[in-house]
Design a protein around this ligand. Structure first.
Ligand SMILES: [Zn+2]
Length: 327
């Protein structure tokens, strides 16, 4: 006997819908990115990212306190030094901005996961992610300094180091130097499939890290490629990455999905500055509803397979999903 199928039964009301909902964003999925600057009492709003600030350490600590209260597990820190040079020495200096921030934050908030982004681009005068010679970004020389930076962050209190440079062999070198120095518990979250994306524009505003010449296409990935992403992720896992990342998120849901089906490590996705700014701008103009769009896009990132989502909307999302009764 033919029975008319009525899938709408399960969509009848919110109680029914929420009972059968397959993917729900929770505070524990989220990581909140923060930008740290030298000085005191500083809270500079980033022009292209309304609601995102460059914070001096005193204000950073207040922000982390808020994050801790909201139920978010961790923050990822980006440093903006006062001085930059050819070799990015501020990245691995004992009194570097991130080193100081980590020491203070670890002391005050031992239970918040402190993730330190590891790269040289915020610290180099040319704004590239490594050492430049004759207009080329050198790989192995850069990796040496990147590993040194990761060790210095671990030493200052980072629970997780997150190399974002896309040099070959950095995960191997970081794992090796951490283990040699007894930081066997410091995890590595590798920016494994990081695409050369035009969605990074506002971040470079926030971190003062726009390259002075050329672009990053000789180390970040070509957005036409999937196999290359899977290869990069595989290599990073072999080299010792505990968590692998796909960046950006929204235009790369297929990559997140492929990665989560193929590999058995947690997958992080970074919903980047351009994704944030687009939603901010459109909602500011009244063209879309910010809250619903953010919940929808973040749910899509999780549905695609992300276990961890780094987003500038983390704090708002916690409020919104809690209000909506989704957690
Ligand atoms: Zn970089």
């Amino acid at each position: 006997m033919h029975i008319l199928k009525r899938p709408r039964r399960l969509r009848l009301n919110e109680q029914m819908r929420s009972m059968v909902r397959e993917t729900v964003v929770t505070p524990k999925d989220l990581i909140y990115p923060l930008f740290v600057v030298e000085g005191k009492g500083i809270r500079n709003e980033v022009a292209s990212m309304p609601g995102v600030y460059q914070l001096s350490i005193d204000n950073l600590l207040k922000e982390i306190e808020d994050v801790a209260k909201s139920g978010i597990n961790g923050v990822i820190l980006f440093g903006i030094p006062d001085n930059k040079d050819e070799r990015g020495t501020g990245a691995y200096a004992e009194d570097g901005i991130i080193q100081k921030a980590l020491r203070e934050a670890k002391k005050e908030f031992p239970n918040i996961l402190l993730i330190a982004d590891v790269c040289l681009c915020e610290y180099t005068s040319h704004g590239h992610c490594g050492i430049v010679q004759n207009g080329k970004v050198l790989n192995d020389e850069s990796v040496e300094l990147i590993a040194k930076t990761a060790l210095s962050y671990a030493h200052s209190g980072a629970d997780i180091v997150a190399p974002s440079d896309m040099m070959d062999g950095r995960v191997y070198s970081i794992r090796k130097i951490l283990d040699q120095n007894n930081y066997t518990d410091t995890a590595i979250m590798a920016y494994s499939a990081k695409y050369a994306s035009s969605f990074y524009g506002p971040f470079r505003d926030a971190a003062n890290s726009t390259p002075l010449f050329g672009d990053r296409k000789s180390y970040q990935m070509d957005y036409g490629n999937v196999n290359e992403a899977l290869k990069e992720i595989e290599i990073d896992i072999e080299e010792g990455a505990d968590i692998v990342m796909v960046k950006p998120a929204l235009s790369y849901l297929d990559i997140i999905n492929r990665a989560s089906s193929k590999f058995h490590v947690p997958i992080a996705a970074y919903s980047v500055s351009g994704e944030y700014s687009m939603i901010k701008a459109a909602s500011h103009n009244g063209w879309i509803d910010e809250k619903s769009v953010v919940i929808e896009t973040t749910t899509a990132i999780k549905r695609a397979g992300a276990d961890i989502i780094i987003t500038y909307y983390a704090k708002d999302l916690v409020k919104w999903v809690t209000q909506a009764g989704c957690v």
